[in-house]
Design a protein around this ligand. Structure first.
Ligand code: C2O
Ligand code: CU
Length: 571
């Protein structure tokens, strides 16, 4: 009997032990800032840009009270890389998991960060991410557990690209007939800092830019990384670019890649690292070079014709004066269109030992053709000839409350016509718009093959980094040309494919990924290039509908769910 009581008391203690919580009060508003030394409007959180870094340990609960201080725009924030196990309503995707927060209102996000990793957060309504609504989110190993990576210190570099044209004007341009493209970024930012039309390396490079004249304390002055000799540092990298694919190199130093999208990978050594929008990495760097010198850290654009100069900062050995610039030019970003090099890099990424392997077979499969199309003279991106328009009622509420008229319940096409020629512009470029979603049963294995093709112009096919909310997926493989059903599956890596939440789709090729529908909810799957998503390049997956649990009414106060809740609460 006594033993039983001890057991009961022990269970009670375990159950009532307080879960560590990190609580934040954030207000979002527009401010003037000069991220690249040129003044313009930016979206700031509590007056800072980028937003505050969330620092937590695995297992903690994060609570964010987010107040919309914008006067004319809605607002949401998505926690990129956090799977939201059991809290699909906190995913922060406008129209998918919640209504945009109205001006003046506060919405509270609450979710658990279940595992360590390098992540970030960003706006997910309209193109607010492009306006600077982002920040870092670093999750360390749980209290009392040991980090498997060894390092003496760490840095965190959040990478982004920056335009001088306002997002309002960008959005109008993209939605105009004919479409007005936003062009390439004016600057690349490292932790929200860049230098427009000048170069720190002007003296030593042959780029025709003048020397920068900012002062040490200016908002655009780069943050230097101060290091001691003969130590190992973890550099956390994440890219929240609107458009640019990036490449980072540290002069004279090797990088050992150890983490990708919050998952440990088999370490490999590289001189430089490709990073696509939506991806995050950790690299280890050992300070084994001449400590009387400083070294360039360079972040340049790849995958598109480079019209944006690289962002630069300095790796400063504390023995050398911080103001001492390296005497040789910064590392040169690898050729923008050497896609082979990009593929070789992506294929070097394997899961670390101990990572769960994928199920060997799929139950459901989607083959998704990515095309650029026309709709009444407007330019769109489509998946299997449907360009996504997110409805006014958030899907999560519509599926939970079975609202028949909230969206088109008929599934979009799961494949595309066999004879489609991916190497040429679409012969019939007209597309359709739609808001249908893919609904999967609970706990089945789903394969998604994303298939690239030629865009509207001849000889044009670009990189699309695809990102899935609510899951990590296994990257089973990449291939050239059209995916051949029944043949290409043989090339899959089923042994140690990396778990990720974002993966690149290369020009004229395909990428295969696999996940298990074990997280009841509704999850966005889209190209992480902001203007592409704006032009319809996305899909929505729903899974385990009967198991979707609690959703706070505050998340659903718009569209048909608003009426539904009003009627329900009246009775
Ligand atoms: Cu970081 Cu839906 O995106
Ligand atoms: Cu894209």
């Amino acid at each position: 009997m006594a033993v039983l009581w001890i057991v009961v008391v022990a269970i009670l203690i375990i159950h009532t032990a307080p879960v560590a919580t990190k609580e934040y009060y954030w207000e979002v508003e527009y401010m003037f800032g000069m991220p690249d030394c040129i003044e313009g409007p930016i979206l700031a959180i509590n007056g800072t840009f980028p937003g505050p870094t969330i620092h937590a340990v695995a297992g903690e609960t994060i609570v964010i009270h987010l107040t919309n201080k914008l006067t004319t725009e809605g607002l949401v924030i998505h926690w990129h890389g956090i799977r939201q196990l059991g809290t699909p309503w906190a995913d922060g995707a406008a129209g998918v998991t919640q209504c945009p927060i109205s001006p003046g209102e506060t919405f509270t996000y609450k979710f658990t960060v279940d595992k360590p990793g390098t992540h970030f957060y960003h706006g997910h309504f309209g193109m607010q991410r492009s306006a600077g609504l982002y920040g870092s989110m670093i999750i360390d190993v749980a209290e009392g557990q040991k980090e498997r990576l060894r390092y003496d210190g760490e840095f965190n570099l959040l990478l982004s690209d920056w335009w001088h044209e306002s997002i309002l004007s960008q959005e109008i341009g993209l939605s105009s007939r004919p479409m007005r493209w936003i062009g390439e970024a004016q600057s690349i930012l490292i932790n929200g800092r860049g230098q427009f039309n000048c170069s720190l390396a002007a003296q030593v490079s042959n780029i025709s830019l003048p020397m920068c004249t900012f002062k040490e304390n200016d908002q655009c002055a780069p943050q230097k990384l101060n290091v001691e000799p003969n130590k190992t540092y973890r550099i956390r990298l994440a890219s929240t670019t609107a458009l640019a694919s990036l490449n980072l190199a540290v002069q004279g130093h090797k990088l050992v890649v150890v983490e990708a999208d919050g998952n440990y990978i088999t370490p490999f050594t590289t001189d430089d690292i490709d990073i696509y929008s939506g991806e995050s990495y950790s690299v280890l760097l050992t300070t084994d070079q001449d400590p009387s010198q400083n070294y360039w850290i360079s972040v340049g654009v790849r995958g598109r014709k480079p019209k944006t100069p690289p962002a630069l900062t300095i790796l400063n050995y504390v023995i050398a004066p911080a103001s001492k610039l390296p005497s040789s030019p910064p590392p040169v970003t690898p050729l923008w269109n050497d896609f082979n090099r990009s593929k070789i890099f992506s294929k070097k990424i394997y899961a670390a030992m101990g990572t769960p392997s994928p199920p060997l077979k799929f139950r459901k499969r989607l083959i998704l053709l990515n095309t650029q199309n026309k709709l009444d003279g407007f330019t769109k991106w489509s998946i299997n000839n449907v360009s996504l328009t997110v409805p006014g009622t958030p899907y999560l509420g519509s599926v939970k409350y079975k609202l028949k008229n909230a969206f088109n319940w008929k599934s979009p096409p799961r494949n595309y016509p066999m004879d489609y020629d991916i190497m040429n512009p679409p012969p019939f470029p007209n597309t359709t718009q739609g808001n249908g979603i893919f609904i999967f049963p609970f706990n089945v294995t789903v394969d998604v093959i994303i298939q690239n093709a030629n865009a509207l112009d001849a000889n044009a096919s670009e990189i699309h980094p695809w990102h899935l909310h609510g899951h990590d997926f296994w990257v089973l493989g990449y291939g050239e040309g059209k995916f051949r059903s029944g043949i290409d599956e043989k090339s899959y890596n089923l042994r140690n494919p990396p778990l990720r939440n974002t993966v690149a789709l290369f020009p004229y090729g395909w990428t295969a990924l696999r996940f298990v529908t074990d997280n009841p909810g509704v999850w966005f799957f889209h190209c992480h290039i902001e203007p592409h998503l704006h032009m319809g390049m996305g899909l929505v997956f729903a899974e385990g509908l009967k198991r979707i649990g609690y959703i706070p009414d505050e998340a659903l106060g718009c569209g048909l769910t608003k009426h539904f809740l009003m009627n329900r609460n009246r009775h």
